[in-house]
Design a protein around this ligand. Structure first.
Ligand code: FAD
Ligand code: FES
Length: 353
């Protein structure tokens, strides 16, 4: 059904204002949104649900950064279908339809207090005045694959704040798709390891090779100082998490993964995000999204992720045709494109009230 309600510019002037927008890589966008009530509470590993326009679907995204003092949070998304394409059209100063969050359990547990206070466009800093114990031990390796780095970054930051010894491995297909490297380099990490499938940056290959070294108990471990992970925290595409978790577990290192099943309500009522952990049914939105990797039924997760693939493709292509038709004879895309060009240059567009 082609209706104007799926045109992002037809939404009503309400909802949460977009303060800044930045293109981090091809098809990967960072948005900063004003919502003090969520920014006051969100913690590393948690997510929120948003609707981009009045009749849009609700989709989950993870908090990548926030300022409690200034009342904003950030998220990073990859354009993969209709909703993310629609979201990518929104410009600084425009509003999201609505938000719900923070949802899910924080990676470091409910009692861990995250008091980092990054400021918009300013330096991020770690407030280590009140370090708290983590459930994972001292030496933690955090692994981020692709856009999963958006989740790995605040988790690594919270672990640094808790005075853990943190090594981060980020992997992407190619150098152009690596994100948040400056932010990660600003953290007091033990080490940041970059891998790319094609060797265009860092080590050539998958995240599993350095992960194996950091999990290896053998004295010949390549980790320069004999450092060995007590725990691996892994986030990225399901297939990457499956193999990275197997690598850690085979070396005897417990692993936690951040699962990303399809979600509808995000509050434990619809059952869409059902996953099987050690043969038991759990709901990723309220019991997760983090789960012990050893018990995850990966085949079920990946099969359920593909449940609506044909419908998703159809919906995206119908929306693209609709956009083409709606804007065939008007110049509003030109105006949007000028703002978009700026964003594509990697320049951050920031709202000044
Ligand atoms: C707890 C949670 C946190 C998430 N955080 C982020 C985030 O920070 N950044 C981000 O870019 N994405 C994140 N996602 C995935 C994001 O919600 C989906 O990419 C988005 O819903 C796709 O919507 P769409 O309409 O654009 O694409 P669709 O048309 O719905 O899907 C397009 C393609 O993406 C796949 N897809 C859809 N939803 C998911 C999903 N949940 N996981 C994996 N693949 C999916 C579909 O199978 C299909 O191949 C998160 C998912 C969950 C469950
Ligand atoms: S998304 Fe509905 S139960 Fe989790």
């Amino acid at each position: 059904m082609f209706t104007q309600t799926t045109d992002v510019r037809s939404r009503t002037p309400q909802g949460n204002k977009i303060l800044a927008k930045r293109q981090l890589a091809e098809g990967i966008i960072e948005m900063t949104v004003f919502e003090p009530r969520i920014a006051a509470k969100c913690q590393a590993g948690q997510f929120f649900m948003l609707r981009a326009c009045p009749r849009g679907e609700r989709v989950p995204f993870t908090f990548s950064d926030w300022s409690r003092d200034e009342g904003w949070f950030r998220f990073i998304f990859m354009v993969v279908g209709k909703t993310t394409a629609l979201l990518s059209q929104l410009q600084v100063g425009e509003r999201l339809q609505d938000l719900a969050g923070p949802l899910g359990r924080p990676t470091l547990g409910d009692r861990h207090t995250d008091s980092s206070r990054p400021t918009l466009g300013g330096d991020r800093h770690i407030d280590s005045s009140r370090p708290t114990a983590t459930p994972f031990g001292k030496n933690i390796v955090v692994v981020g694959g692709g856009v999963g780095t958006a989740v790995a970054y605040p988790v690594a930051r919270a672990l640094c704040q808790a005075e853990c010894s943190v090594r981060v491995i980020v992997g992407a297909r190619t150098a152009d798709l690596l994100i948040l490297l400056d932010e990660l380099r600003a953290l007091p990490l033990q080490e940041l390891i970059i891998t790319t499938d094609d060797g265009s940056a860092g080590r050539t290959g998958l995240v599993t090779a350095p992960l194996e070294e950091l999990c290896c108990a053998d004295a010949s471990s390549k980790a320069a100082d004999g450092w060995r992970a007590d725990h691996a925290l892994i986030v990225g595409p399901a297939i990457m998490m499956k193999f990275a978790a197997a690598t850690a577990l085979q070396a005897g290192v417990p692993a936690t993964v951040s699962l990303n099943p399809l979600m509808v309500d995000g509050t434990g009522m619809c059952g869409a995000c059902r996953v099987s952990i050690d043969g038991q049914t759990k709901f990723a939105c309220v019991d997760g999204p983090d789960f012990p990797a050893a018990g995850v039924d990966w085949e079920e997760l990946m099969s359920r992720q593909r449940s609506y693939l044909d419908d998703e493709r159809l919906s995206y292509s119908m929306w693209q045709q609709e956009q083409q038709r709606l804007h065939d004879n008007c110049d509003c895309f030109d105006v949007q494109d000028k703002a978009q060009d700026k964003v594509q240059d990697g320049e951050e567009v920031v709202l000044h009230d």
